[in-house]
Design a protein around this ligand. Sequence first.
Ligand SMILES: [Zn+2]
Length: 115
Amino acid sequence: MKCNYRNCYYLIPSEEGNRRYCDDDCYKAEKSFREKGNYANKKKTFNQIEFAEKILSAAYKKYGSQIINSSIIRAENMDWSIYTGTSLINEVDVNIVGSYGYTLFIDNTIKIYKL
Ligand SMILES: [Zn+2]
């Protein structure tokens, strides 16, 4: 089996059991790689939330909570998969992004809430 550290190509002899790394250095090096990756992912998600919140905030300033065509928001390239929570407001599901919420309706309209 190949050592689990991504930059090491050492093959661990099978008679050495189920060891996943050739030594502690490889283990630590891989661990440090993964931690950096996690940090980068978290930062990326955080930036996307911040970006989505800015878009919603700008649209809310302009249109308030009236129902608008979602193409107004789509034009801003918002990532719709990003939200920090969900809530039920007046029996409608609302996706929460920071201090704003929105409901995307099937007729391509959107309602924005300031929480
Ligand atoms: Zn190794």
